[in-house]
Design a protein. Sequence first.
Length: 401
Amino acid sequence: MANVNVKKGVIAILTGGGDVPGLNPAIRAVTLAARREGFEVIGIRRGWGGLIDMVRDHQYDNSDNYQVLTNEVVNRAGRTGGTFLHTSRTRPSHVKRGAVPDHLQGKYAAEVNDLTPEVLANIAHLGIDYLIPIGGDDTLSYGVRLYQEGVKVVAIPKTMDNDVPGTDYCIGFSTCVTRTIEMTNRLRTSAGSHERFLVMEVFGRYAGYTALLPTMAGAANRCVIPEYKFDMERLTELMVEDRNRNPSKYAVALVSEGAMFTGGEMVFADDARDAYGHAKLGGIGDVVSAHLRDLSARFTGGKKIEVINQKLGYLVRGGDPDAIDSIVPMAYGNLALDLILKRNHGRLVVLKNGRYDNVPLDVVTSFKKVVNVKEHYSTERYRPHYRSFEMKPLFLVTSEG
């Protein structure tokens, strides 16, 4: 029951970047705790997009840009995947002329425009006292910008790649790993039936955690990751050896979408780039599969080994959250509200060394969090490498990478 006697202020929540399971539980946790303490809570639609599309006129229908959040609204969505507030990859500091909202076209006519003044004005118009962005390093990097402009920001890390600096865990990672293991185990039956290689392309532009952890769990024989350029012939040799040792005559490799081989570069789906300058990746799994098939003859006496090639894509980010991505978002949401109650802001809620904590928000722009190749990856065997699990975090990933 909301404390309706005293209104402590307005908290706004938004979700940016790619969707993952666990976003709705985080929104629910913030809303229930905040309303119980007497705050009004509003949800900004489409990430930062809602804050640039809004029209500052109380007579204008801005329901496409924000909504008031109630217990009833968040309870309906709280156990489901995706984000009911919707999301986008909008970057208000770099808006192309064609993407400037119609009502601002006369004011912003450059090829690339910084709409931060409009965002700040809209935050003031809505009477927002605290802003909670939930996202990856791209979404949160703009949160850093707003904090530098005076907005009271408390952020929650989210991304399947688990590569937000400063935290051991980002919402969505566990479900992604769970789905990858599940789907690999489903497809291995076909690979075994036909005595083929199985190559599965997974997410991971700059960090290879979503390929590394499932391989460590036994889902694959080998994995290639963005942090290390691999040799295609060596990968083929290892896969042939794996297949020969397997009584069912198949072998499995997980390929990060950002992986590169010696003599090759990142493989892009097209030339388009999002607001953060990222081209859409996709296709390295196809390239690896074709090379594995052709090169396999060198290690089999001339007979090529056929390949089952599957890109997991959105299958690992859709559907309901697993247990960890139901529990952690609940904790993160309450942690964010606790900081607000203490009038603390400019913080990122995190998991570090198995315990919930918070760190300065600007950590998200201070360095890149990637796999520690020396510590966790064998560049000879193309698979996870570890000496001991003693005192390691749950997923082995530390806040530094």
